[in-house]
Design a protein around this ligand. Structure first.
Ligand SMILES: Nc1ncnc2c1ncn2[C@@H]1O[C@H](COP(=O)(O)OP(=O)(O)O)[C@@H](O)[C@H]1O
Ligand SMILES: [Mg+2]
Length: 248
């Protein structure tokens, strides 16, 4: 049994079925990639797992350690160790870095703030008193956000497009931090449409048109993704007959 499971989850947004009878099982202690073309429903899936407002009206079940969490609020899910980092890390504009990284921390000491900044490669002496605003580069903001997630000691780390808007150096730091999460027993789910990011996973799920098409070794999923999803064969319009034919 996986630590996090979704069973037959469907979600309709604005009249469009965005998640379609999706069943997936993320088992413990691995770095998983959830890969799929733009519009496949990846961010929607992440938001649904987190229980963000607007993403709770689902059918099917979300299970954490076998327990149904559909009715838990975002805060309750966060307390149980589910975290999500967004594509755009701009949520708490202006907050000081030390306050930002300790916002959800289990241990709210300055030592914790220093420690998590060091782990993402930011010198605490230079960053602790700065503001989370436009004076930080995209890569710095992402790392500050990752530091805030580290301080939560999460069990499930959902990262939506970890490479968006950052340079290679920052991205490598993020991969180091993700490996660090894993070493601490967390389950990492990297959401991506980048083959470069996919390479850093240990296992991959392929998402298309709101459901999981395949799962397995990164190399095999990468080959399929490269051949069929870049560009996407389906424009991610659900057409199940065509999909079945294509995979047969
Ligand atoms: N609130 C919404 N209302 C209507 N359609 C939406 C909404 N959110 C997402 N969608 C649609 O759902 C599909 C999947 O979106 P998304 O989850 O953002 O895909 P991905 O992250 O894989 O690129 C897209 O076609 C998108 O336009
Ligand atoms: Mg997305």
């Amino acid at each position: 049994m996986g630590v996090l499971e979704l069973k037959n989850v469907s979600l309709t947004l604005g009249g469009k079925r965005v998640l379609s009878d999706l069943t997936v099982d993320f088992w413990d202690g691995h770095i998983h990639a959830l890969v799929g073309p733009n519009g496949a429903g990846k961010s929607t899936l992440a938001n649904t797992i987190m229980g963000l407002p607007g993403y709770t009206d689902i059918t099917g079940d979300i299970l954490l350690d076998g327990e149904r969490i559909n009715d838990l609020t975002v805060d309750e899910r966060a307390r149980r160790g589910i975290t999500l980092s967004w594509q755009e890390p701009a949520r708490f504009e202006g907050l000081r870095v030390d306050r930002f990284v300790l916002a959800g921390a289990k241990d709210k000491s300055t030592e914790t703030a220093r420690h998590v900044l060091e782990r993402v490669g930011l010198d605490p002496d230079r960053y602790l008193k700065r503001a989370v605003d436009r004076t930080l580069s995209g890569g710095e903001r992402k790392r500050v956000e990752l530091a805030s997630i580290l301080s939560m000691e999460p069990r499930i780390v959902l990262m939506d497009e970890p490479d968006s808007g950052i340079d290679v150096e920052a991205l490598n730091r993020i991969f180091d931090a993700l490996a660090d999460f894993k070493d601490r027993g967390a389950t990492v789910i990297m959401i991506t449409h980048s083959q470069e990011v996919l390479k850093h996973a240990e296992h991959a799920f392929l998402m298309c048109c709101g459901s999981i098409l395949d799962k397995g070794a990164v190399g095999r999923i990468d080959d399929y993704f490269g051949d069929h999803c870049m560009p996407c064969d389906h424009a991610n319009q659900p057409d199940e007959d065509e999909l079945k034919g294509d995979l047969a």
